[in-house]
Design a protein around this ligand. Structure first.
Ligand SMILES: [Zn+2]
Ligand SMILES: [Zn+2]
Length: 235
């Protein structure tokens, strides 16, 4: 299964509906996002095997944001590793179960979006967050140079990991890869739409070559042009 860049491996499900990633730094692994169900835990294990690694090689877990599909397996995976877990300080309380998750304000949504809102998951498995991080924090233990990029809007603490030496952004749900191209995230689950659009523009201002998102095929090489096209369409 796929090595995407010099240090990043994908845990990609069918149609890339849901992705997690592994950063490999000399055999010490970082898992980015944990997926939502037992089948996804199996998918991670399969990728570990393909890398000749085991759960105990995962030294760090990073959560891009507090949504169900990214954190539901956290506690299950924490039982398999002694990894240090990181999340943005604004989403850490939600992941720990100390605060409820917030989705969009119904007043900002259209009729159809409002129909979806009551069906969204608000209760999910919680887990430990050991380190609450902020924009610009350096996470050299993961891979020298690695930086936290706060990309809020889709959740208040949605964040990416920037690997400058290979110009790779692991971006969570700041954008979404759809079969017909790069898209904004789902508005119904995004509590601050103005910030969500500003975050896409922030990424457009970075020299991103490779963009690895939570949903959709990773863009390896020349990601910047596609991000720019999306950013220019935003009002
Ligand atoms: Zn999300
Ligand atoms: Zn998601």
């Amino acid at each position: 299964m796929p090595q995407l860049t010099p240090h990043v491996y994908g845990v990609l499900t069918q149609f890339n509906f849901m992705n997690a990633y592994l950063i490999n730094h000399e055999g010490k692994l970082t898992l980015i996002d944990t997926g939502l169900d037992a089948a996804f835990v199996v998918a991670i294990e399969k990728e570990l095997k393909a890398m000749n690694s085991t759960w105990s090689d995962i030294h760090h877990i990073v959560l891009t944001h507090c949504h169900y599909d990214h954190v539901n397996n956290l506690a299950a995976i924490q039982q398999k590793t002694s990894a240090t877990t990181y999340a943005h300080r604004l989403d850490a309380p939600v992941i720990r179960g100390e605060q409820p998750v917030q989705y969009a304000n119904p007043a900002t949504l259209n009729f159809f979006e409002r129909l979806i809102l009551p069906n969204l998951k608000t209760v999910f498995n919680t887990g430990r967050v050991d380190v609450a991080v902020n924009d610009g924090d350096g996470l050299d233990a993961i891979l020298p140079g690695t930086q936290v990029v706060h990309l809020p809007g889709h959740s208040f603490g949605q964040m990416g990991l920037w690997l400058p030496q290979e110009k790779t952004l692991i971006g969570g749900d700041v954008m979404m890869g759809l079969p017909w191209g790069l898209s904004v995230p789902f508005k119904v689950v995004s509590p601050d739409w103005t910030a969500a659009k500003a975050s896409i523009k922030k990424v457009a201002g970075m020299p991103v070559e490779n963009l690895c998102l939570g949903h959709g095929t990773p863009l390896i090489g020349n990601a910047h042009a596609k991000i720019n096209t999306l950013a220019q369409r935003l009002r």
